[in-house]
Design a binder for this molecule. Structure first.
Ligand code: EPU
Length: 346
């Protein structure tokens, strides 16, 4: 394990923000996690766990130990007549893993192709797309639990997966995820209910075609961070009460909406931002993408302040027009490497 100092994290965060870490270490094994945490404790440093950097907002200076997760490996653990259980290192690239499952005739994750980031981050916000969430196929998550100083396995039902949420979001400083164990299907069960996915897949009802169509849809709508630095959807889709929805729908009858359990309704943040005039609009170096208004793009070496100015302006305009609050999806860190809320003083 090699601790480095004053490391530039710009290549490691997909919004391409300048961010220098006072201390940095690459984590390649479960043993490295323990050693890194011991070092941080001895040096009195907070710990910031860096995965694919595709869902985080970093300040310019971070006084902390950045643990860059790089545990590799895809391992078949067990199988029965219908399913196969696979354990994957947290540092494995998510999209490569999805491609691997399809190549090995294991099914379930095809709708989640091309989501940026690493496998270790998939349970944290329960990544989801095109009608499927990762949590549906996660059997357990292997973690180092800092509270009890032990490596443990957390069963999926105890992860409390919900829309872009899990226990790992509730207690972000507590767990360091080393592996994720998936239970995948041996026979395809294609999920085609989202939007026009069914039409895109057409008559070729194979998992490989489904995966290719998802890749194609994403490539046509969502910017590649290499060309347009971004963190995917910048805001969560807001979930409001049926009563609040009925009121807004009177004024905006075309409002896209998705009924949820508990008499709630999910709205499309992209549509709200688009209607508020922000699709393709920029404020300084930062703007909302011209093909998908939900994606904030760093067009020209923006700082975190620039990002904040733009997203606050978007929140303001959406609130003025619809009386709906948008909440950012990426995690914002402070200069001490701790997660903070999206408040001005952070
Ligand atoms: N829309 C607009 N204008 C826009 C963008 C969207 O009118 O600029 C409308 C669309 O026409 C559609 C609705 O909004 O009626 C929803 O749009 P879309 O199907 O593109 O999905 P989304 O709600 O914007 C969510 C996820 C994406 C995921 C897609 C597909 C969230 C916050 N985002 O986006 O996830 O890929 O569905 O399942 O839930 C991510 O989390 O980073 C991400 C990209």
């Amino acid at each position: 394990m090699h601790i480095q100092t004053q490391v530039q994290l710009k290549p490691f965060n997909t919004l391409s923000l300048d961010a220098v870490a006072s201390h940095y270490v690459r984590i390649q094994s479960v043993a490295d996690i323990q050693s890194a945490l011991d070092f941080a404790a001895a040096e009195n440093l907070n710990v910031l766990v860096l995965s694919g950097g595709s869902n985080m907002l970093l300040p310019e200076q971070i006084h902390a130990l950045v643990m860059h997760m790089d545990i590799q490996g895809i391992e078949r653990i067990s199988e029965d007549a219908d399913t196969c259980t696979i354990r994957v290192g947290a540092g494995q690239v998510w999209h490569d893993f999805v491609l691997w499952t399809t190549k090995h005739n294991l099914f379930g994750l095809q709708n989640l192709a091309l989501i940026p980031g690493l496998v270790g981050a998939s349970p944290v916000q329960n990544i989801g797309a095109y009608g499927v969430e990762a949590g549906e196929f996660i059997e357990s998550v292997q973690v180092y639990d800092r509270q009890i100083a032990q490596n443990i396995s957390i069963a999926a039902q105890d992860c409390h997966f919900s829309y872009r949420h899990s226990i790992f979001k509730d207690e972000p400083e507590r767990y360091v995820i080393s592996h994720v164990t998936f239970k995948l299907l041996k026979q395809p069960d294609l999920k085609l209910n989202y939007g026009d996915l069914k039409a895109a897949v057409g008559a070729d009802l194979t998992a490989e075609n489904l995966q290719n169509q998802v890749i194609h849809i994403r490539q046509t709508k969502l910017p590649d961070p290499k060309d347009y630095p971004n963190v995917g959807s910048f805001f969560k889709n807001p979930v409001i009460s049926q009563q609040a929805f009925d009121q807004i729908a009177q004024q905006f009858p075309n409002l896209p909406h998705y009924p949820q359990p508990n008499n709630e309704v999910k709205l499309a943040a992209g549509w709200l931002i688009d209607q508020a005039g922000w699709k393709g609009k920029t404020l300084g170096a930062v703007g909302m993408f011209h093909k998908q208004a939900l994606v904030l793009v760093n067009y020209q070496q923006a700082s975190l302040q620039d990002v904040r100015a733009t997203y606050k302006a978007v929140q303001h305009d959406v609130f003025q027009k619809f009386n709906i609050e948008l909440h950012p999806e990426p995690v914002l860190f402070d200069t001490q490497g701790l997660i903070c809320s999206h408040q001005d003083e952070c």
